[in-house]
Design a protein around this ligand. Structure first.
Ligand code: FAD
Length: 363
């Protein structure tokens, strides 16, 4: 019997495998995809997530592909600065990087034979002393089952009977067409009801739009309006990018009173997907993986391991939820009056100090 059966080999699942590998523990990953293609979006990885890559000894590979951000700015749609945050480069607080580069680095320390591809589970059975998962026409027996299968988690739906909540935020995401470059600084641009983020990794510029879409509104109209309000390089890039290369989805949330049930535990988005405006989803998945691997290594009964893991990770989620609410309400506001009020308040917020303290708190 394998000790830990991990469903989902994304950021959290692969990180958990990497930490368990480092500890010499027994595990298997069941991943639904047939292959890990180099698709996806850019991620802003904060200090807490970077620290997890350092723990695994793979941070330098990721830094080699990413772009270390030493300052980010918030601007209004006319391009006027609202505020800026300086981040000392030596503290390595924020890295913009392709999701695939984080994933490749994690995968580099997980032996290929521990990953079963094209293996979306079709059944799960809890027994007194173990759990049995059916996938890819085989049975995988383990002591613990970890649901690391993202926001649409099959494990969460099957074991906890709970789905995810839709939000009114739509996300569009694209890499800049070849030959176009972005300014060096990461910038968040406030448009009414929307936030446009521009940045780059080592190789390419990127644009993300998060926009509130109200009932009766056509998301495409909202996208077009935001692009033309921001104008400049963003609008130019949008008109030149191949529409098939524009990722579009809605932001989801997951809230659960407990992440553990019987012999099952959830990590990452499967447990607690947060709104992307926090920029914390990947870092939290990595930190969950670190904490759970450590608790598995420390041993004890399954209930004990799960209890210690959840007690360790809940306070971080609580802080992130508070930030989520604040950022969502202030940045996505559609009210011009509230926008003006926030514009006058933001410059006085000690954001740099806040981020440093916040991100050090759970290293
Ligand atoms: C547009 C966008 C921008 C984002 N930007 C940021 C950002 O800047 N910073 C940040 O920190 N976070 C960001 N996030 C969030 C971040 O990507 C996620 O929080 C993070 O990837 C969560 O990791 P995870 O391992 O829980 O899930 P995922 O990385 O989604 O991995 C889930 C894995 O499970 C597999 N899977 C799914 N279902 C099954 C199944 N039934 N059986 C087997 N395998 C299955 C999937 O194929 C995948 O490999 C962004 C998200 C989006 C959509």
């Amino acid at each position: 019997m394998t000790r830990t059966v991990i469903v989902g080999g994304g950021i959290g699942g692969m990180a958990l495998a990497a930490f368990l590998e480092q500890q010499g523990e027994d595990y298997v990953i069941l991943e639904q995809a047939e292959a890990f293609d180099r698709v996806g979006y850019g991620i802003a990885l904060w200090r807490n997530g970077i620290a997890m890559l350092e723990e695994l000894g793979v941070a330098e590979n990721v830094f080699g592909e990413g772009y270390l951000i030493d300052r980010f700015e918030i601007r209004d749609s006319a391009g006027d600065p609202v505020t800026s945050v300086d981040l000392a480069p030596h503290e390595r607080m924020l890295l913009a990087v392709h999701r695939a580069d984080i994933h490749d680095a994690l995968r580099s320390v997980v032996p290929r034979e521990k990953i079963v591809m094209d293996a979306a589970p079709t059944g799960v059975e809890m027994k007194g002393d173990g759990v049995k998962v059916t996938a890819a026409g085989k049975e995988f027996a383990g002591e613990l089952l970890v649901g690391a299968d993202g926001v649409h988690s099959w494990v969460r739906e099957s074991v906890f009977q709970q789905g995810c909540e839709e939000t009114d935020t739509h996300l569009w995401w694209f890499w800049l067409p070849e030959g176009m470059t972005m300014p060096d600084k990461l910038a968040l641009i406030w448009v009414q009801g929307s936030v446009v983020i521009i940045g780059k990794n080592r190789h390419q510029g990127l644009v993300e739009l998060g926009a509130t879409v109200r009932d009766g509104q056509d998301p495409e109209d909202v996208l077009e309006a935001a692009m033309s309000e921001v104008g400049g390089v963003v609008e130019d890039a949008y008109t030149r990018v191949d529409p098939d290369q524009v990722f579009h989805d809605t932001a989801k949330r997951v809230r659960l009173p407990s992440w553990t049930k019987d012999r099952t535990v959830l990590i990452g988005d499967a447990a607690h997907a947060v709104h992307p405006i926090t920029g914390m989803g990947a870092s939290m998945a990595l930190t969950d993986a670190y904490a759970l691997a450590e608790e598995i290594g420390d041993g004890g009964s399954v209930q004990n391991i799960f209890g210690r893991y959840e007690a360790r990770r809940r306070p971080d989620l609580k802080k992130t939820r508070r930030e989520e609410l604040f950022l969502y309400r202030t940045m996505y506001t559609s009210s011009p009056v509230f926008h003006r009020v926030m514009k006058s308040i933001y410059p006085f917020l000690p954001l740099a100090r806040y981020y440093k303290r916040r991100l050090r708190a759970h290293l």
